[in-house]
Write a protein that binds this ligand. Structure first.
Ligand SMILES: [Cu+2]
Length: 126
């Protein structure tokens, strides 16, 4: 019982820390600009092990570079299917993918341990 209470306190402290980090790091830039159709930032934000705003659609041209960042409040592994790239992310951290766009198609980006899709990467013919 008491160890559960301690875990609760630790989890609460982590949540507060993560929120503080998010507030500190997002100061100024407006994430709403993502909805305007010009994917300049290509950042997928994961909150409570789910993608904020739903599964994010990211489009790239073959021959270019697939570039996106995943910010996560959840420790997990980000798995970019098709290209089969894995990166571990820690709660409150972020990982960036920079992959040559060599394969056309649509590919799932998944929060591997949670088996949750967070993004869809589409690579179009150049
Ligand atoms: Cu996977």
């Amino acid at each position: 019982m008491s160890s559960r209470a301690r875990i609760g306190i630790v989890v609460g402290a982590v949540v507060v820390l993560v929120v503080a980090l998010i507030v500190a790091s997002s100061g100024g830039d407006d994430d709403k600009s993502k909805d305007s159709g010009s994917p300049t930032s290509n950042t997928v934000t994961v909150k409570d092990a789910k993608p904020v705003g739903g599964v994010q659609k990211l489009r790239f041209a073959k021959g270019g570079t697939i570039h996106f960042t995943v910010k996560s409040d959840t420790t997990d592994e980000i798995h970019f299917h098709g290209y089969d790239v894995h990166q571990d992310v820690k709660a409150g951290g972020q990982v960036t993918f920079d992959v040559p766009a060599t394969i056309e198609g649509r590919f799932v980006v998944e929060l591997e341990d949670h088996k949750t899709q967070i993004a869809e990467v589409e690579v179009d013919p150049s």
